[in-house]
Design a protein around this ligand. Structure first.
Ligand SMILES: Nc1ncnc2c1ncn2[C@@H]1O[C@H](COP(=O)(O)OP(=O)(O)OP(=O)(O)O)[C@@H](O)[C@H]1O
Ligand SMILES: [Mg+2]
Length: 366
């Protein structure tokens, strides 16, 4: 079984105790020292505010460096391990990409919803602070815990994992269409526009004049929809498995929106991994079908064919967005990028009418 890809900054010498005596290594730069100290102080203040810091506790803060949009850390308090997360106002990407820090509360509310809908697939939540734009949750670890992205990149992605994610997402989407579901924390259409629609679809439309009207029409459609509660970032780097169960993390894009966005976003990652991990191509493309088959029994709020057709229009746009949008895939070389452009553009020009056709067209080109 793959080990979790925690990208621990401790490997760079940043793990430090702040109630104990461990000094910073002399070689560490003043800047790293300042950043780390600030994060420690914020973790300390948040956990104190949440009543999780007994006096005299030995506390160790270890940044998790995977975060592009957040400061996120493992905080060990005596024998307990927590994961603490604060939203960043400016994302750590090449392009200037700002995002409202209130999204941290939307993430917490989404995690609370999942705790009610699918408790077996939810992290234990320990509290949120509106002032700090931060929250604390259980830190997922243990021998049978791994990040799905690591498994996929290692060629170990499995049909049952894709199906488990499809089932979980179907349950969440369906539960959010109940008449008594409280949508008030998730009227985040404008934030969703800023952090998903603009960087992916609008930004990409500037590089593809011929496809511009299609991309803009889709952007508008997504912005208008309030059909279900969407997560907005269903990427393998945000999905951990523990003891065979999926845990979807990082819900800061959560909003009422179009379910095809979550579906397309996740399937896009299976396709991108199929391009990148050549030895797993057909198996990874099939993950889209495994995921879809597990998801579809939950669709009660609209005609399945209509949803499938929308998905088939959106998915190639998201493929192109991961090459020419604001957040290009970091593990792609120029050949991978050209391959994805060559796959996505004809699919946007002439959208397939169902997922089988989409996968057939991908398989016959790849
Ligand atoms: N509760 C948790 N338990 C264990 N690991 C976690 C937990 N939450 C997050 N992680 C790890 O930290 C990484 C970064 O977390 P998260 O995705 O929430 O941060 P982010 O800054 O929003 O990330 P990004 O924008 O890069 O997706 C995850 O990919 C996962 O590996
Ligand atoms: Mg993430």
């Amino acid at each position: 079984m793959t080990h979790p890809d925690y990208n621990l900054a401790s490997s760079a010498g940043l793990g430090v105790e702040f109630c104990g005596q461990t000094p910073y290594p002399l070689s560490q730069s003043i800047l790293e020292f300042a950043v780390q100290t600030t994060l420690e102080t914020r973790c300390h203040d948040l956990l104190t505010h949440l009543g999780r810091l007994p006096s005299g506790a030995v506390v160790t803060v270890t940044p998790l460096s995977g975060g592009v949009a957040s400061d996120i850390a493992i905080v060990q308090v005596n024998d307990d391990k927590y994961c603490v997360k604060f939203a960043l106002p400016k994302l750590r990407v090449k392009a200037d990409w700002f995002a409202p820090v209130e999204r941290n509360l939307a993430e917490y509310r989404w995690l609370e919803c999942v705790a009610a809908i699918a408790p077996q697939s939810s992290v234990t939540l320990l509290g949120h602070s509106g002032e700090a734009h931060g929250f604390a949750m259980e830190f997922l670890d243990g021998a049978n815990t791994y990040l799905f992205k690591t498994a996929l990149l290692n060629g170990e992605g499995k049909a049952e994992e894709a199906a488990a994610i499809g089932t979980l997402l179907g349950q969440i989407h369906a539960a959010s269409t109940a008449p008594d579901f409280d949508t008030s924390p998730f009227r985040n259409h404008d934030d969703f526009y800023a952090i998903r629609i603009e960087p992916y679809l609008i930004h990409t439309s500037h590089a593809h004049e011929d496809l511009r009207s299609r991309l803009l029409a889709m952007a508008d459609e997504l912005h208008q929809s309030s059909a279900v509660l969407i997560h907005g970032d269903v990427s393998p780097k945000n999905i951990m498995f523990r003891d065979g169960r999926p845990y979807i993390l990082d819900a800061e894009c959560a909003t009422m929106g179009d379910p095809s966005f979550d579906l397309g976003f996740c399937m896009n990652h299976f396709i991108l991994k199929a391009v990148h991990v050549a030895s797993c191509r057909s198996r990874y493309l099939s993950l889209c079908r495994d995921f879809w088959q597990a998801y579809t029994p939950h669709v009660t709020w609209e005609d399945l064919d209509v949803l499938e057709q929308r998905l088939c229009r959106l998915l190639p746009m998201l493929m192109l967005a991961r090459v020419d949008g604001k957040s290009p895939v970091e593990y792609f070389n120029t050949e991978d990028q050209a391959l994805v452009r060559g796959l996505a553009i004809p699919l946007i020009e002439t959208p397939p009418s169902n997922l089988d056709e989409l996968l057939f067209r991908l398989t016959s080109t790849l």
